[in-house]
Design a protein around this ligand. Structure first.
Ligand code: AMP
Length: 424
């Protein structure tokens, strides 16, 4: 038996109602804030991610699905969407549009990580990017929208929003040297990975999840004490706007995020309910990134929501509804009368299921129960001769007769749907 690849899973029909609910909430909330959907390819030139995410990041160093195609080009399955959206922004000249250009996208991402509950090798994100505007009110608006998405799903109260500023590229070296100075004497207390990071990318140490590193990380100097006056004012302004909108948050000076491109505002949404995979969404400002990808010097801010984790938080609440009715023809002649009625009901958006006249009535009634149908419509030779069908309410067993000629209208009425066909 061939099974799905490790870390890659099917989203089964029992789960898709929850996924659809999450995706619909994302679209509704993002579009209310003026975001438009863009769909970008699942793979890109490897170089885009190497330059756009950063050579020193875990993603680029260890987690990318990179392959050479038959033409000899190095391609990579997208591990995140920001670089792809920015590539499209540059390629299609979006910078001439009114700023900020607000874009969102949804779909699968690919990272070669160690699979565990809530962590997969193919996973899904909803991504938002607001491009071409530096005003701190935009940062606050983006964060408020993220929380409104969780609010729309009734999850806001179970999540914690953390915000931080990691300063500008110009002033960050001041903090990094303070951090390295602090870490030096603690080198031996850190995990092997972090020991190497002291020389390569010390900021990332603050992001390390290894328990042994936490006591050292907790006492590290706060980046907020090393911000430039401009970065401080930007962060204060973001916080004022969040306060004005009533968005609750915690300031988390050690929140640096796993990607190289962030400046100033960074934020993350955490849960305590999913074990170690506690990040549900994260994002930040990336003002130099578009230029770094050979585009205009337009700033940007965005976030990614991990949809698997949102769906996990929703639990088992939503179940797919069964059909409104199971149509049970007893024989071929009845089948030919019920087929067009089923089609009319379906065209009107009323889900019905149909037997093919080959099973006995008790078996079909059992099937109606298993499908969760509210009604069964039964037509045998006797009913046909009278031009009627029997409608049975499954919960009570109560039965009545309806003319076959008006059966379709009756089904539309039972389904509470419009009587005009949706398709012709
Ligand atoms: P990132 O792009 O790393 O900032 O991740 C954004 C969000 O995507 C995280 O907060 C997670 O919710 C989700 N995420 C990241 N990696 C994975 C993964 N391997 N499996 C499932 N969800 C993930």
């Amino acid at each position: 038996m061939i099974k799905a690849v490790r870390g890659v899973r099917d989203i089964l029909p029992s789960e898709t109602p929850r996924w659809q609910r999450v995706e619909a909430a994302a679209r509704r909330v993002f579009e209310a804030y003026g975001y438009r959907e863009i769909r970008v390819p699942l793979f890109e030139r490897t170089e885009l991610f190497a330059r756009g995410i950063g050579d020193e990041t875990d993603i680029v160093k260890k987690e990318m699905y990179t392959f050479e195609d038959r033409g000899g080009d190095s391609l990579t399955l997208r591990p995140e969407a920001t670089a792809c959206v920015l590539r499209a922004y540059i390629e299609h000249g979006f910078q001439v549009e009114p700023k900020p250009v607000r874009l969102y996208t949804m779909g699968p991402m690919f990272r070669y990580e160690r699979p565990q509950a809530g962590r997969y090798r193919q996973f899904h994100q909803a991504n938002v990017e607001a491009l071409g505007e530096t005003h701190p009110a935009l940062d606050a608006e983006v964060i408020a929208m993220l929380m409104d998405f969780f609010g729309a799903l009734g999850l806001a109260g179970r999540l914690e929003l953390r915000v931080n500023s990691i300063g500008d590229t110009g002033t960050r070296p001041v903090y990094v040297s303070r951090l390295v100075e602090y870490l030096g004497p603690h080198r031996s207390e850190l995990c092997g990975e972090c020991q190497a990071r002291i020389d390569r990318n010390p900021l990332r140490i603050l992001d390390c999840k290894t328990p042994g590193c936490q006591p050292v990380i907790e006492k590290a100097p706060s980046i907020l004490d090393s911000l430039s006056p401009e970065a401080t004012e930007h962060f204060d302004s973001v916080r004022r706007s969040l306060d004005a909108m009533g968005v609750e948050y915690k300031v988390a000076p050690r929140l640096v995020r796993g990607l190289d491109y962030y400046v100033r505002t960074t934020f993350e949404v955490l849960t305590t309910e999913l074990g170690s995979q506690n990040a549900v969404a994260g994002g930040g400002r990336y003002d130099g990134l578009i230029a770094q990808l050979d585009g205009p010097a337009d700033p940007g801010i965005g976030f990614a929501i991990g949809l698997e984790r949102v769906v996990l938080l929703l639990g088992d609440e939503a179940h797919a509804a069964g059909p409104v009715a199971l149509l049970i023809p007893l024989g071929e002649a009845a089948l030919q009368r019920l087929l067009p009625a089923a089609r009319r009901a379906r065209q009107g958006g009323v889900p019905v299921e149909l037997g093919y006249g080959i099973r006995k009535l008790p078996r079909e009634l059992e099937r109606a129960n298993r499908l969760g149908a509210e009604w069964a419509v039964i037509a045998g030779d006797n009913e046909l001769a009278r031009g009627e069908a029997v409608i049975r309410e499954m919960s009570t067993g109560a039965q009545r007769h309806v003319p076959l000629d008006t059966l379709a209208e009756e089904l539309l009425r039972l389904g509470g749907a419009r009587t005009e066909p949706r398709y012709t």
